[in-house]
Design a protein around this ligand. Structure first.
Ligand SMILES: [Ca+2]
Ligand SMILES: [Ca+2]
Ligand SMILES: [Ca+2]
Ligand SMILES: [Ca+2]
Length: 301
């Protein structure tokens, strides 16, 4: 984002409660957040019926979902969000993007399942952030810049950027030893060049600069198909297509960065000057495209 020379406002109102109890919100219009069903004017946790307040017995985490129905019985998650649809809700899933038994297996015992663990045989990893966008609102803790660049619906975030100003969705979770991943589908190309999307960490909120791992098409950065073209940004130059899905991984060990995607034969690497590592945020971004973000995962080491 340094190359774009941006100045972006900082503050976003995050007036959002991440989850609701059974019957807590009304639904006169018939609309309820994901995981709830409108019944007689109130949003019920899916599977709940009968009198409001009658489902709190044996609810040890107090989220309104009885233990025997709760996909995280010891962690409040009234929305029961479950990106990979396995037995664990997102907030207690060892790997919320893998429903495979081995994906959730955790041989090093650090709480991060194999399919999410950058070092599955070495303990010390932790999930700093997982967001699957189950609720159709700005997620708690997230900052959307600009606010008009992001919408949330159908279990996804949608970022739109016209021109060179990126739309950034970031959380204050940047760390010196970190892996950030996201599943992103390009919906529509806007503009004629410098169109792309990807992940970034760290991102400096005052300048919107960040270290980026992304796909981009650019009239002035086209070279060999895949290359590191900027000391501050790892850029993959290849045809960008509407309808194509990517899963980016950006790993950071102090100043050493590594960027990968399934279409890359080998990861891109770069060592970034310390002066460029001032940001405190990690997130996703789009430039001159409309893109769908299925999920973002940040693991600290
Ligand atoms: Ca519960
Ligand atoms: Ca729970
Ligand atoms: Ca799950
Ligand atoms: Ca592990």
């Amino acid at each position: 984002m340094r190359a774009l020379g941006l100045a972006i406002g900082l503050v976003v109102a995050a007036c959002y409660s991440p989850s609701y109890r059974d019957c807590e919100i009304t639904c006169a219009s018939g609309a309820c957040p994901s995981g709830y069903v409108c019944d007689l004017g109130v949003c019920r946790v899916e599977g709940f019926s009968g009198a409001c307040g009658g489902n709190t017995a044996d609810d040890r985490d107090g989220d309104g979902v009885a233990d025997d129905r709760d996909n995280c019985p010891d962690t409040p998650n009234a929305n029961q969000a479950n990106e990979d649809m396995d037995a664990y809700g997102d907030v207690c899933d060892p790997c919320p993007i893998s429903a495979e038994p081995n994906g959730d297996a955790d041989p090093d015992g650090d709480g991060v399942g194999n399919a999410c663990d950058p070092t599955p045989d070495t303990e010390g990893d932790s999930i700093a952030l997982f967001e699957g966008f189950a609720d159709p609102v700005l997620p708690a803790g997230a900052e959307a810049v600009p606010t008009t660049g992001w919408t949330f619906a159908d279990g996804s975030a949608f970022g739109t950027s016209m021109g060179f100003n990126p739309a950034v969705l970031a959380w204050p979770v940047a760390n010196e030893h970190q892996t950030i991943r996201a599943k992103i589908t390009i919906n529509r190309l806007d503009g004629s060049s410098f169109r792309g999307a990807g992940v970034a960490t760290p991102v400096d909120a005052s300048t919107n600069d960040g270290i980026m791992c992304w796909i981009v098409d650019s009239t002035y950065q086209v070279a060999t198909p895949l290359t590191v073209t900027n000391p501050y940004a790892m850029v993959q130059t290849s045809p960008i297509e509407a309808g194509k899905q990517y899963e980016f991984t950006l790993s950071r060990a102090n100043a050493d960065m590594q960027c990968s995607d399934a279409i890359l034969s080998a990861p891109l690497t770069a060592t970034v000057p310390e002066t460029q590592l001032t940001g405190t945020r990690a997130g996703v971004f789009v430039v001159s495209v409309d893109a769908k973000i299925d999920w973002i995962l940040v693991v600290n080491q």
